[in-house]
Design a protein. Structure first.
Length: 139
């Protein structure tokens, strides 16, 4: 984890989102690299996902740094954190749906057992982010 957060739930959530949005962004590249003959439609979609994850990741970093500079006074930023984490979770959910679509519709992926295994692993990682964020929220 990049940022020290102590007991502050908001910072913990942002810290998780920071790590996992970067991971999801990297996963778009991994998929494109392990399936070189991936259909153009999916390649373009993955590039759009990469940009979307970069934007979310940047927003997470910006909000985290703002909170840290303010002395971790979380109540002033709680609404922004809740909105951003909710968006991040929804984004991950849509990402997972997209990955299932690739698994079921891409002939290139269907004929590449390693790609199927890697994509399933990526799905589990995004599901993990959703689970950990929901657990932190429930604490």
């Amino acid at each position: 984890m990049q940022f020290a957060y102590g007991e502050t739930k908001a910072i913990r959530l942002l810290d998780e989102a920071n790590f996992w949005k970067h991971q999801e962004q990297e996963h778009t590249v991994v998929i494109r690299e392990i399936v070189p003959d991936l259909e153009k439609r999916f390649v373009e979609d993955l590039k759009q996902w990469e940009t979307a994850f970069l934007k979310t990741h940047s927003r997470v970093i910006q909000l985290t740094e703002t909170m840290i500079r303010s002395g971790n006074y979380a109540p002033a930023y709680l609404n922004q954190v809740q909105t951003l984490i909710s968006y991040s979770l929804e984004q991950s959910s849509r990402w997972i749906q997209f990955l299932f679509e690739i698994l079921s519709l891409s002939p290139a992926v269907k004929k590449a057992p390693v790609a199927k295994t890697v994509i399933r692993h990526i799905i589990r990682e995004s599901e993990y982010f959703s689970g950990i964020a929901q657990t932190i929220c429930a604490d």
